[in-house]
Design a protein around this ligand. Structure first.
Ligand SMILES: Cc1cc2nc3c(=O)[nH]c(=O)nc-3n(C[C@H](O)[C@H](O)[C@H](O)COP(=O)(O)OP(=O)(O)OC[C@H]3O[C@@H](n4cnc5c(N)ncnc54)[C@H](O)[C@@H]3O)c2cc1C
Length: 295
């Protein structure tokens, strides 16, 4: 089907949008960087589109105590430019910089990445590593879902057809936390991740950690945490041997498939290498912790 064959609704307010979603099977569209490709490939079965672009109230990034509230229309470029996000979620900024190229970053939204529910979505591992929440609103209700409970499988989520993602709440990292985001793709821009990993480490003393969250993308039907690797990091010196072991544990927890882009074995090795590299950079002073100044 061509775009011109769809009925496109372009509401100006959120209540209007939720009202449209109530009665019909309509596909929301934000930046359109996934949906337009899916339309071209004839993968959009709905005949109506709900264009969110004109709902100004969904375009914000706000400070709210322990969270940064990211409205459904905030793009990757908005995240990259935001002092607040740079200050309190630099791991998300690091991931946003790897999405597509600048044109995609200018159109694509974080909420759209969540909505698309691809295990290779680059915005997702940082949301798992920091512990984000997804706000879902319908005409009749509102709820917040932990990121770990949101995805049910490839392109499957707990969102009901009458609900919109209106906000992604990004939990702030604390000054002193270390982090990394690593993406392995076939080239450096406009490449879907073959594997990706985001980590947030909370220090106990100098370079020993009391909390670790490692989230891996593109190696299972949804983004998954590497819980064995996380446990192995805690309260010990990260020697070279130890960092290799953590990488190996993460790779053992990955459950990738072989597809046209890479083999499962390659993806496992890529995860081991990416985790080791991220830890190596932290331990050897190539990475600064969150400093709370946005620098
Ligand atoms: C050339 C190219 C390169 C790309 N590179 C990358 C990359 O490197 N990394 C990466 O992760 N992605 C990449 N993408 C995919 C895409 O850009 C991202 O997934 C982006 O975040 C999608 O955001 P969007 O606003 O454009 O979403 P849309 O295309 O508008 O929507 C995506 C999905 O989410 C749903 N949706 C959107 N907003 C809402 C909402 N508020 N509530 C409920 N459902 C909603 C839509 O119905 C649709 O199913 C690339 C795409 C292209 C075309």
């Amino acid at each position: 089907m061509k775009v011109s064959q769809y009925t496109v609704h372009s509401p100006r307010t959120l209540p209007e949008a939720l009202n449209i979603l109530k009665d019909a099977t309509v596909r929301p569209i934000a930046g359109g960087t996934d949906v337009m490709v899916q339309i071209k490939d004839d993968l959009v079965k709905e005949t109506e589109l709900l264009n969110l672009s004109y709902i100004r109230d969904l375009n914000y990034i706000r400070d709210d105590g322990d969270f940064i509230r990211v409205g459904a229309l905030a793009t990757y470029s908005d995240l990259i430019r935001s002092r607040l996000v740079n200050e309190y979620s630099p791991v998300l900024v690091e991931a946003a910089r790897t999405v597509g190229a600048v044109q995609i970053q200018n159109r694509g939204t974080l909420a759209g990445n969540v909505g698309n529910a691809s295990p290779a979505g680059d915005g997702l591992p940082p949301l798992f590593a920091t512990g984000a929440k997804i706000k879902l609103q319908s005409a009749a209700s509102e709820r917040e879902v932990d990121i770990g409970d949101y995805f049910l499988g490839v392109r499957k989520t707990v969102r009901q057809p009458n609900e919109l993602i209106t906000e992604v709440s990004v939990r702030k990292m604390k000054p002193g936390d270390y982090y990394f985001f690593k993406k392995i793709g076939l080239r450096s821009a406009n490449a879907i991740s073959l594997a990706s990993v985001a980590a947030v480490l909370v220090p106990a003393e100098v370079l020993t950690f009391k909390e670790a969250r490692i989230a891996m993308g593109a190696v299972a039907p949804t983004v998954i945490r590497a819980k064995g690797a996380e446990a192995a990091i805690l309260n010990c010196q990260l020697t070279d041997e130890k960092m290799k072991e953590v990488g190996r544990l993460a790779s053992e927890e990955a459950r990738p498939i072989t597809d046209i882009r890479a083999t499962a074995e390659y993806r496992k090795q890529a995860i081991a290498g990416a985790v080791y590299e991220g830890l190596y950079e932290i331990v050897n002073g190539f990475r600064s912790p969150v400093n709370g100044s946005g620098a």
